[in-house]
Design a protein around this ligand. Structure first.
Ligand code: NAD
Length: 481
C-alpha cells in the first residue's frame, strides 16, 4: 500500500505482525526536497513496546536454537530479496531522506553485502578447547548475548539499521530496533525482506515512537541485554548512562569532526578532488565526513582553487532528478545549523568563497560551501557540521596540524594526504581516530571495523570485531567423573 506520493504506508513490526501503534497516534514524514508531508509514521505506546520486548524474548530462544546453517540461509535469502528490491527501496529512501537516487539505490544494494558478510562470519564464531588437567575438559564458548535494543538515525536509512540487524541476527540475537521516525519506510522495507525470507516471528521487531520514551523503556527492561546506538554524542552519552545504571553493555557509534591533513609533499589537486567528493556525499551528513581541512601553507592556494571548482560542479537538486549529485539536507534542523555555523564564522572574520546560503526554492537545500580565514574559535571548528561546509585552514609545521586535529573530544575518522611513507606512518601513529584513510577518503567496508575513540564512542561495527558486542564468552570446565 502506498500514499499519493508513491510512499509506502508505514507500519511497525511486532511479534511477526505488521501493526499500527496502540492509540493510532502518528507523526508526519516529510520529503526534504519539497517540504511536503508524504506519509505518517505510527508511534508506539508502552504496551506496544512491552509486546515487542516479549516477542524479542521468545524470538531469541527460537532464533538462537535455529541451526547456524539455517540461520545463514535465511539471512542470504533476505540479502537476495534486498538486492532485487534495491531500486524500489532506493526510491523510498530518496523520498524520505533526500539523497540522490543513485546514492540511495547504491546504499540499498550495499547493505545486502553487509548482511552476507556477517551471515558468513557468524559461521566462524568459534570457541576453543584449552589444555587442562587429565579428566577435565576446559572450553571457552561464544554465545549470543540475548535480545538487543537498537537505535539508529536518519542519515543512512538502510545502512544504519543493517549494521545492527546483520550483526545481531548473525550472532543469534533477537532485536527490538527503533529506526528514525524521519526515515521509517526504508527500515520497514528492510525488515520486510527478512520476514519474507522466513525469519521466525519475534527475532526482529521494528518500532517507532517518541525517541526518549522508547529508549528509556527498552533500556530499563530486563529482557534487553545489549544497547546499541548510532547518533549524536549527547544522545549517546545519555543512553550509555542509562545502560550503565542497569549494568548493560553498550555499543556507541557517535559523531565526529574529521580532520584532513594535506602535507607539503601531497598533490594538492588530487587531494582537493578526493576530499571534496567525500565532503559533499550525502550532503555532508555522514559521521566520517571530512570537515576540517588543514592544508600546508605552500599548497593552500592550489588546493582551495580546486576545492572551490569541485564544490561549484556539484549539482544540487531533488534526489529523484537524474542530474542531481547532492540532494537537500534531511531536515530543517540541519538547514538552521548550516545557517548558524556560517553566520558565526563570517561574524568572526571568515570568508565564504562559494555557497554560504540556501537557494531560493522550497526544500531544505543548502549550497556546497567553502570557507577560508576561519578563526580557531569559530563554532564550525569545534561543532560537527553534519552538512556541506568545508573550512580550509593553513598550517606550516606538521606538529601544529596534528595538535589541531587531536584537540577536539571527537575521534572517529581522520584523513591524511602525503607522498612520504615516513609522514604516513607518523599520521597513522599520532592521529587520535578509529578510522584513518591516507591519500583518499575511503568509505566503510564490510570486512573491516569502523568505530571511534574518545567522545566518538566505543565498540566496532563491520569486520570480525562486529560480532564481539553481540556474543558473550563463557568458560566451561567439565570434570569427567
Ligand atoms: P539528535 O541528537 O537529536 O538525534 C540523533 C539521533 O538520535 C536521531 O536519530 C534521534 O531520533 C535519535 N535520538 C534522539 N534522542 C534520542 C533518545 N533519547 N533515545 C534514542 N534515540 C534518540 O540530532 P539530529 O538533529 O537528529 O542529528 C544531528 C546530529 O546527530 C548531528 O550533528 C550528528 O552529530 C548526529 N548524528 C550522527 C550520526 C552518526 O552516524 N553518528 C547520524 C545522525 C546524526
Amino acid at each position: 500500500m502506498t500514499t499519493d506520493h508513491g510512499y509506502p504506508a508505514v507500519r511497525m513490526h511486532i511479534a511477526g505482525e505488521w501493526c499500527e501503534g496502540g492509540t493510532g497516534r502518528t507523526a508526519p514524514v516529510v520529503n526534504p526536497a519539497t517540504e511536503e508531508v508524504i506519509g505518517q509514521v505510527p508511534l508506539a505506546t508502552t504496551t506496544d513496546l512491552d509486546r515487542a520486548l516479549t516477542a524479542a524474548a521468545d524470538g531469541f530462544r527460537t532464533w538462537r536454537d535455529t541451526p547456524v546453517a539455517t540461520r545463514t540461509a535465511i539471512l542470504h535469502k533476505a540479502a537476495d530479496l534486498l538486492t532485487e528490491r534495491a531500486p524500489a527501496i532506493g526510491r523510498t529512501m530518496t523520498l524520505e531522506q533526500g539523497k540522490p537516487l543513485a546514492e540511495a539505490t547504491g546504499e540499498a544494494r550495499r547493505v545486502a553485502g553487509t548482511l552476507r558478510w556477517h551471515a558468513d562470519d557468524a559461521r566462524r564464531a568459534y570457541g576453543r578447547i584449552v589444555p587442562s588437567a587429565p579428566g577435565t575438559v576446559l572450553t571457552v564458548r561464544r554465545e549470543p548475548i540475548g535480545p538487543v535494543a537498537a537505535f539508529v538515525p536518519w542519515n543512512f536509512p538502510a545502512g544504519g539499521p543493517m549494521r545492527k540487524i546483520s550483526s545481531a541476527l548473525a550472532a543469534g540475537c533477537s532485536l527490538v530496533i527503533k529506526a528514525s521516525e524521519e526515515t521509517p519506510a526504508t527500515a520497514m522495507e528492510l525488515v520486510r525482506c527478512f520476514t519474507d525470507a522466513g525469519l521466525p516471528a519475534g527475532a526482529l521487531n521494528l518500532v517507532f515512537g517518541e525517541p526518549a520514551e522508547v529508549s528509556a523503556h527498552l533500556i530499563a527492561s530486563p529482557v534487553v541485554r545489549l544497547v546499541t546506538f548510532t547518533g549524536s554524542v549527547p544522545v549517546g552519552k545519555l543512553l550509555a548512562a542509562q545502560a550503565g545504571r542497569v549494568m548493560k553493555p553498550s555499543l556507541m557509534e557517535l559523531g565526529g569532526h574529521a580532520p584532513v591533513i594535506v602535507c607539503a609533499d601531497a598533490d594538492p589537486v588530487k587531494a582537493a578532488r578526493r576530499a571534496a567528493q567525500a565532503k559533499f556525499a550525502n550532503a555532508g551528513q555522514v559521521c566520517t565526513s571530512p570537515s576540517r581541512f588543514l592544508v600546508h601553507a605552500s599548497l593552500i592556494e592550489e588546493f582551495t582553487a580546486e576545492f572551490v571548482r569541485a564544490a561549484e560542479a556539484v549539482v544540487v537538486g531533488d534526489g529523484l532528478a537524474e542530474s542531481t549529485t547532492m540532494g537537500p539536507l534531511a531536515n530543517e534542523r540541519r538547514l538552521k545549523t548550516m545557517e548558524r555555523l556560517v553566520a558565526d564564522a563570517v561574524g568572526r572574520g571568515a570568508k565564504v568563497l562559494t555557497g554560504g546560503a540556501r537557494p531560493d526554492r522550497a526544500g531544505y537545500f543548502y549550497a556546497p560551501t567553502v570557507l577560508t580565514d576561519v578563526p580557531a574559535d569559530a563554532e564550525l571548528m569545534h561543532e560537527e557540521p553534519f552538512g556541506p561546509l568545508a573550512p580550509i585552514v593553513p598550517f606550516t609545521e606538521l606538529d601544529e596540524a596534528l595538535a589541531v586535529a587531536n584537540a577536539l573530544p571527537y575521534g572517529l575518522a581522520a584523513y591524511g594526504f602525503t607522498d612520504s611513507a615516513a609522514t604516513a606512518e607518523r599520521l597513522s601513529a599520532e592521529l587520535e581516530a578509529g578510522i584513518l584513510s591516507l591519500n583518499h577518503c575511503g568509505g566503510s567496508v564490510h570486512e573491516a571495523p569502523s568505530g571511534g575513540v574518545k567522545d566518538s564512542g566505543y565498540g566496532r561495527e563491520g569486520g570480525p570485531e562486529a560480532l564481539d558486542a553481540y556474543l558473550i564468552t563463557k568458560r566451561v570446565s567439565h570434570l569427567l567423573v
